[in-house]
Each structure stands twice: as structure tokens, then as C-alpha cells.
Design a binder for this molecule. Sequence first.
Ligand code: SAH
Length: 195
Amino acid sequence: MLITSSTVAFLLGTKAYLGIRIWYKRKFTTSKKTSSQSTAIDKLLIALVVLGQVILPLLAIFSPLLRLADYASYPIAAIPGAAVMIFGVWLFWRSHSDLGKNWSVSLELESEHQLITAGVYRYVRHPMYASFFVMALAQLLLVHNWLAGPAAFLAVSLLYYVRRPSEEAMLTEHFGAAYAQYLATTGGVFPLLRS
Ligand code: SAH
């Protein structure tokens, strides 16, 4: 694939996304976990997300391996794509910052796990997964390859629909009525429409 304004926008967004993830992972690396549901299926889902968000797009951009699946697009697509990417990276940063030390790659509870319902968590229960969907949409607009373009969207959809029920069951068991109340008053990845 040629290096275009679209691929440059995608690479800059992905660099910012990975930089934020590495920074927060280092910052909260000492937190103690009391319970973990890091199952083989959850690890597989995480691996699929890495494949879809990072590995396949990098292969499509920098190697000839996926060239057969490239398609031509208009340079103008870089503008909406970059705007969506900026929003996705912002939402990812906000959710990491609001969740703080309660964040973990897989499903885990800290020794002093707090239920976060403020910041972006006031509007949706899964802003970080929402940011994955937004960045996946940006990838679709910026990576013009039939395989690598939609790969993140498919992987993130799988992660969301498989993981969300276990995550919400774990938090309901731990926080009881407080999480049940939170569940009833917020949307998953879209804010609830209320009058
Ligand atoms: N699903 C959330 C968080 C993803 S990180 C989002 O998309 O923003 C996964 C970890 O976050 C889980 O192990 C869970 O313990 C924790 N978590 C999820 N929602 C939380 C909340 N509202 N308050 C505190 N911890 C939460």
C-alpha cells in the first residue's frame, strides 16, 4: 500500500493510542489484583484485537503481503477518517484517565476496587470499548484494504459481545445494588436517550 495522507493519519492515531496504553500500564503496574477472570477465551479475544488493530494494518501498509486486498480511494477520505480517529483517541485517553488504577487488560478486580460512575463513565458503562469502535471506524476510513480495513471492527465487536456479559456479571456480584443501579441508568456504548 502507498504511504498516503490516510495511512499517515492512521499511523499517528495508532501511535498515540499505543502511547496512552503503555503510559497507563506502567503507571498502574503495582496495583494488587484480588480476583481475575483472565480465561483462555479472553486472552484469545485480546490477541484478535491486537491482530485487527495493529498487526494487519501494519502489514497492509508496510509489506506486500496483503497487496491483493488493497483498493483505491480518494485522498479526501483522510479528513473524516482523521477526525474520527482524533475523537477515538480522545475517548480512549479519557476512559483510561477516569478508570485510573481500576483498569486492567482482562477482567480483574483490585484489592480496593472502586466503582467509577463519573467522567465519561457517567454517560456510558463501556467508554473504552466505545473508543475501540470509534478507532475501528477510523481504520475503515483510513486503511484502504479489504482485509485490514474492517479487521479491528470485527475483532472489537467479538470482544464486546463476548466479554461484556461476564464483565457486567463480575461487577454486579462485587458492587451489588450500586452496579445494578448504574446498569439501569446508563447505556453500554451509546448514551441512553432520556427526556
Ligand atoms: N468496560 C470498561 C472498562 C474496560 S477495562 C470500558 O469499556 O470502559 C476492564 C476492567 O475495567 C474490568 O476488569 C473491570 O474490573 C473494570 N471496570 C469496568 N467498568 C468499571 C467501572 N464502572 N468502575 C470500575 N471498574 C470498572
